[in-house]
Design a protein around this ligand. Structure first.
Ligand code: C5P
Length: 199
């Protein structure tokens, strides 16, 4: 593994394919991967004071089995509007991003706030309907409710004052609405390859 610092920032709305792409990129290049949404999900799931939860988050919190549910996603997006929660999680994410050997982080504000110096910035998106269908296939339930819940979460994430969901000005936009997983992953890998230092 190379000792170089190299960060791939992958942002975008819920269920756009960020996690799948991030894991594939990390595996391809031997980089470490951090799903930053899990941090906010863990804070929301702890209950009590979210600022205290963010400041005392432990590996056990991140290992909870119920973090992937729609309810956990909604709770995450509510605590994610609180600046002190975001601040408490910033150092850990920054250190992770700039560790030696390369890192891939997926979230909402990686290219804009956590690591504006990232070597590669991707903003992965897809139409609301396509994203809702993917999430519904993953979690089940009522598809219309899944769509409504995604839209509610995206608008809260985009409208908040603290680190809102938006592409960095220098991000490459990857719209995966009409792409297979393999195609989306191949595009992301090509962007990384273009920017990796030679040798
Ligand atoms: O990515 P995921 O759907 O797991 O994220 C859950 C919620 O956590 C998002 O809707 C968003 O409110 C918040 N989040 C954030 N910043 C990040 C990652 C997630 O605000 N970097």
């Amino acid at each position: 593994m190379s000792a170089r610092v190299f960060t791939v920032a992958i942002d975008g709305p819920a269920a756009a394919g960020k996690g799948t792409i991030a894991r594939a990129v990390a595996e391809r290049f031997g980089f470490r991967h951090l799903d930053t949404g899990l941090l906010y999900r863990a804070v929301g799931a702890r209950g009590g004071d979210p600022v205290v939860a963010a400041r005392t988050l432990s590996p056990a919190d991140l290992a909870r089995a119920d973090l992937r549910t729609a309810a956990a996603g909604q709770a995450a997006s509510r605590v994610a509007t609180i600046p002190a929660v975001r601040e408490a999680l910033t150092d850990f994410q920054r250190r992770f991003a700039r560790q030696e050997g390369g890192a891939v982080l997926d979230g909402r504000d990686i290219g804009t706030v956590i690591c504006p110096e990232a070597e590669v910035k991707l903003f992965v998106t897809a139409s609301d309907e396509v994203r809702a269908r993917r999430r519904w296939l993953e979690l089940g339930g009522d598809e219309a409710e899944v769509l409504a819940s995604l839209r509610e979460r995206d608008s809260r994430d985009s409208a908040r004052a603290a680190a809102p969901l938006k592409p960095a000005t220098d991000a490459v936009i990857l719209d995966t609405s009409a792409m297979s997983v393999d195609e989306a992953v191949a595009r992301a890998i090509a962007e990384v390859e273009r920017r990796l230092p030679a040798g």
